[in-house]
Design a protein. Structure first.
Length: 101
């Protein structure tokens, strides 16, 4: 669907290995949320354990570290740096704005 979800964390986020965040449809029939409409706003750093997967745009004040064999369906934006190690990064398709009437 077209809803926007913002997950805001004041401190760091560190995941364990194998964690999976997938977008699924609810029972409204609108379909799953789009990765383009998920934002993770993190006030420190974001570290992913090995084989982790997440969806959405990561906006991080310090740095992002992707562990071995991690994947992101989205975008990774960090003020300092982004580190990858055999990581798969897939930018979600951008939906064009609706045409004016």
């Amino acid at each position: 669907g077209g809803d926007l979800f913002i997950f805001q964390v004041a401190a760091a986020v560190v995941t364990s290995g194998g964690i999976r965040v997938h977008l699924v449809a609810d029972n409204t029939g609108r379909g799953p949320p789009l990765a383009d409409n998920i934002v993770w706003a993190v006030g420190a750093h974001f570290v992913f354990g090995a084989s982790a997967h997440i969806e959405g745009t990561l906006v991080v004040r310090a740095y992002i570290t992707f562990g071995l064999r991690t994947s992101l369906n989205g975008r990774a934006l960090a003020a300092q740096y982004v580190t990858v190690d055999t990581t798969t990064l897939v930018a979600p398709p951008t939906t064009p704005p609706p045409s004016p009437p």
